[in-house]
Ligand binder design. Structure first.
Ligand SMILES: [Fe+2]
Length: 271
C-alpha cells in the first residue's frame, strides 16, 4: 500500500478521473484549468489514465506533464503487473467483459515501457487537508481498487470505506473516487462525505458528449461538464481498430456496457 500525503492545500483543486487514453479530453481539461489558474501542482487524477480510447501513450505523456498528482487505478495496477485484463472482475460474458478484451489488449500491446514503469510507482491513495477537512483519494473504494460504488448504493457500503481508510491513515472526512464513472456527492452521518469526481474520458451514460470532472474550492465541491472534440477522439479509436462500441459511445453519450450499472441507473433498458 503506497500513500502520498500532499499536506495542506487550501487553494482551488482540480480533481478528475479516467483520462481513458482520451487525449482530446485530457488537453481540453488542462486548457480549462490553465485558464482558471489551477496549476499542475493542484491537479489530482484519480486513476485509469489509459483505457477505452485510442491514444494511450500520448495521454500518459499529457497527464504526466499537466498533473503532478495521480493515483493508480485498476488499469495502471494491472498494466504495471503485466496482467492480461483490466482487473474489474466482470461477469463472464457481460458486455464489459467482452469489450475489455479489445481495449485492454490494445493498451497492453502499445504502452511505452517508460510509462509502464511510471505506473508501477504510483501511490494507491492520496491524502490531503483542505479548509480543516481531511480528504482521501481512492480509485474504486478504499477496500478495493476495482469496487464499483454508485449513487444508489446504501450508506453502509460507503461508510465502511471510511472505517477501512482510518485504520491506515487516521480519520478521513471526505473520500473521493471515480472508478464507476458517474459523478455524485453523498453526505453521510458523522459529517462524512463521499464524492465520485467523474471521469473525463467517457461521457456519463446520459446521451451527452460532455464528460465530467470536479473542483474543490473553499471546502465546496463543484461538478463541471467538459466539452471537447469527441469526434476527433472517436476517429483516433477507429484508426487503431478500437471499434467495439466505445467509439460510438463518445458520440452518442451512451455506454455500450449498460449491464455494469445498477438497474436503477440503466437508462436504455429503462427507456
Ligand atoms: Fe477503474
Amino acid at each position: 500500500m503506497k500513500i502520498a500525503d500532499l499536506g495542506q492545500i487550501d487553494d482551488d483543486i482540480l480533481i478528475f478521473g479516467g483520462c481513458y487514453s482520451n487525449l482530446q479530453a485530457t488537453h481540453a481539461l488542462f486548457d480549462w484549468a490553465q485558464a482558471r489558474g489551477i496549476p499542475p501542482a493542484r491537479r489530482i487524477h484519480t486513476g485509469d489514465v489509459v483505457a477505452y480510447c485510442g491514444q494511450p501513450n500520448e495521454t500518459v505523456a499529457a497527464l504526466r506533464a499537466g498533473c503532478h498528482h495521480a493515483i493508480a487505478g485498476n488499469c495502471e495496477q494491472q498494466l504495471a503487473a503485466g496482467m492480461p485484463d483490466c482487473g474489474c472482475g466482470f461477469d463472464t460474458g457481460s458486455a464489459c467483459d467482452i469489450l475489455s478484451v479489445g481495449w485492454f489488449g490494445y493498451v497492453s500491446r502499445v504502452l511505452d515501457p517508460v510509462h509502464r514503469d511510471w505506473m508501477t510507482d504510483l501511490p494507491d491513495w492520496i491524502v490531503f487537508t483542505h479548509h480543516n477537512r481531511r480528504y482521501g483519494v481512492v480509485h474504486g473504494s478504499a477496500q478495493h481498487v476495482s469496487e464499483f460504488l454508485w449513487s444508489v448504493d446504501h450508506d453502509d457500503a460507503l461508510d465502511r470505506q471510511f472505517d477501512h481508510m482510518a485504520t491506515h491513515v487516521g480519520a478521513i472526512d471526505t473520500i473521493i473516487a471515480s472508478h464507476s464513472g458517474i459523478a455524485f456527492q453523498r453526505e453521510l452521518s458523522g459529517d462524512r462525505c463521499w464524492v465520485n469526481a467523474g471521469v473525463i474520458g467517457m461521457p456519463p451514460h446520459n446521451g451527452e458528449q460532455a464528460t465530467q470532472f470536479a473542483t474543490l474550492r473553499q471546502g465546496q465541491f463543484a461538478f463541471h461538464s467538459l466539452g471537447y472534440d469527441a469526434q476527433r477522439a472517436a476517429d483516433a479509436m477507429r484508426q487503431v481498430g478500437l471499434t467495439q462500441g466505445y467509439d460510438r459511445a463518445l458520440i452518442s453519450g451512451y455506454w455500450p456496457s449498460e449491464d455494469v450499472l445498477p438497474a436503477a441507473l440503466r437508462v436504455v433498458d429503462n427507456g
